[in-house]
Design a protein around this ligand. Structure first.
Ligand code: C2E
Ligand code: MG
Ligand code: MG
Length: 535
């Protein structure tokens, strides 16, 4: 209840008590005076001597009246008490609405912050732990299953959080898909450490919503009070910073705040903002790296690799911005820009050349992807057979059903598929044999060690034999010297890609577009069509 209203009610109650005391004291004093002065005898005598004035009748009425007034006052007092109770209830309801989240019933940001502020007063003796929980790809649930399902998911998550935390802390919904758990005690000692350890587990079981069952991951960040005497905001922001460290990894991640994490968070925010404006302004650029037929030394095509030019002129690399593009829902637009610009270059190359392009694991669930790729191929006049879509082994294993459906869809349109970064993702023979891949690309981490590490030699040899037995061609990534080439040729590996043949290079997109407009199909810069003499 707001403080001012409470004060007013207490003042009214004090006044009523004071009035009752005054009335009682006055009655007692009057009684004493009446006894001392024999007032009643005096009145009786006066009444007898003035019979015609009907004083006795008046006295009877005057005796009945207070009784009636007493009954009236008691009833009025009862009504007032009911009125006060109703008001108190209304005040409580208003307070509840002001301090709780209407959807989940959890404490809201305001209540959480004031609770935290109170706990922080004793932080020097009892540490306070903050756990930030942010659902991953919650927007996807809303988009895919509707807002009602999204709401049900938030309620289900809040129930699991409350069940786990119990009396050990307060669970708050800070807004959107963001929850915060405020715990009294150290994150590194039981019982708080037990709660934190069990937190990722609440996302293991799928959530059964009204008509759908869905799984959702979460990013969890933990911060704890220390000697720096941070305020509420500082402590919350540390939990946020820790949470964002692994935000892009998918599944459920948990990380504890460490000094220096702010720098990484700042860089991440900078990259996201650069990436967003590059995508909005259609400034994402493909860089091209040649792919070589190892036997003939001919360039058979190239891989288009995304690059983003930051406003300070520096080039941002995909290992840094792809996870951010995935996280911020920009990956499809990024892919389509690289595809379109890549196709504009590809159509000016000899017709036997192909272009490989990387697909993010998130795009495997995109129902419109195949149509969008075909539309781009049609728009740029590139035959589907000249495009090779690369799916990483990790993406395949993480989402086999979706990968299967996507591969079948793209293959049915004549697009080629290769399995990228092979050796890093623990796929099984079933995965390999059930999908009609055209090519397998051995990850560069094995290729760069060829000749120096027996295990890598064995892996590359075995994988190549396995791929050939399954009817797949093999590309070795990361070829950096002639010894690699000799080894790979010796085991029958068909294609190669690596710094030895050429680093990824820019091909002026504007120049290509102008050339295309002039129907001038001459070769445009980038890489040579033959590497004979290089390798
Ligand atoms: P990837 O698809 O395996 O691409 C090959 C990466 O290996 C490229 O790095 C390339 O520059 C690098 N590389 C090529 N030859 C050598 C070599 O001889 N030695 C070494 N050490 N490295 C070599 P890049 O361009 O930084 O791309 C890294 C990864 O980012 C790519 O690996 C791919 O998974 C991802 N990526 C790049 N562009 C896109 C994109 O448009 N969409 C998506 N979803 N992912 C992309
Ligand atoms: Mg690739
Ligand atoms: Mg690769």
């Amino acid at each position: 209840m707001p403080h001012r209203v409470k004060e007013k009610i207490e003042a009214a109650q004090r006044r009523a008590r004071r009035d009752a005391v005054i009335l009682t004291v006055s009655a007692i004093l009057l009684f004493i005076a009446a006894v001392v002065t024999e007032a009643f005898e005096y009145v009786v005598n006066f009444s007898d001597t003035h019979e015609s004035w009907e004083i006795d009748e008046m006295l009877v009425v005057m005796m009945i009246m207070p009784l009636a007034m007493l009954i009236f006052m008691v009833r009025r007092a009862q009504e007032m008490r009911q009125e006060i109770n109703a008001r108190k209830e209304a005040e409580k309801a208003t307070e509840r609405i002001a301090l709780h989240d209407p959807l989940t019933g959890l404490a809201n940001r305001r209540k959480g912050m004031s609770h935290l502020k109170k706990l922080l007063k004793n932080a020097s003796t009892t540490p306070v732990t903050i756990v930030g929980v942010d659902l991953n790809r919650f927007k996807g649930v809303n988009d895919l299953h509707g807002h009602n399902a999204g709401d049900l998911l938030l309620v289900a998550v809040s129930e699991r959080l409350v069940d786990l935390v119990g009396d050990l802390g307060m669970v708050c919904r800070m807004g959107g898909d963001e929850f915060v758990v405020i715990l009294k005690g150290s994150a590194y000692h039981p019982p708080i450490s037990d709660v934190i350890n069990q937190l990722p587990g609440i996302f293991n079981a799928p959530f059964e919503l009204e008509h759908v069952v869905c799984s959702v991951g979460a990013s969890i960040g933990v911060s704890q009070t220390d000697d720096e005497h941070l305020g509420e905001e500082g402590l919350l922001s540390r939990a946020d910073v820790a949470m964002y460290r692994d935000k892009n990894k998918g599944g459920v991640s948990i990380s504890f705040y460490e000094p220096g994490m702010e720098e990484a968070a700042k860089r991440r925010a900078m990259i996201e903002s650069e990436l967003r404006s590059a995508i909005i302004d259609d400034r994402m650029e493909p860089y091209f790296q040649p792919i070589i037929d190892l036997e003939t030394g001919e360039v058979i095509g190239f891989e288009a690799l995304a690059r983003c030019r930051a406003s300070d002129g520096n080039l941002l690399m995909p290992e840094e911005f792809i996870p951010i593009a995935e996280q911020s829902g920009l990956i499809s637009r990024l892919f389509l820009q690289i595809l379109r610009k890549g196709c504009l270059v590809l159509r000016l190359k000899p017709p036997h050349m192909t272009m490989a392009i990387n697909l993010s694991s998130l795009q495997l669930n995109d129902d419109w992807l195949a149509e969008q790729i075909l539309a781009t191929l049609t728009e740029t006049g590139v035959a589907p057979g000249r495009l090779e879509v690369e799916i990483t082994e990790t993406a395949l294993v993480a989402n086999f059903e979706a990968a299967h459906a996507m591969v079948m869809k793209l293959k049915s349109q004549g697009i080629r598929i290769s399995l990228d970064d092979f050796g890093t993702g623990y796929s099984s023979l079933r995965h390999l044999s059930e999908l009609p891949f055209d090519k397998l690309k051995i990850d560069k981490s094995f290729v760069v060690r060829l000749g120096n590490d027996e295990a890598s030699d064995t892996i590359v040899r075995t994988v190549t034999t396995l791929a050939h037995n399954l009817g797949l061609k093999v590309t070795a990534e990361g070829i950096e010297d002639d010894a690699h080439v000799s080894f790979l040729k010796g085991i029958g590996c068909e294609y190669g890609q690596g710094f030895l043949y050429g680093r990824p290079v820019e091909t002026s997109h504007r120049r290509v577009t102008e050339d295309a407009a002039n129907e001038d199909h001459e070769e445009v810069e980038a890489f040579p069509t033959s590497t004979r003499g290089i390798a």
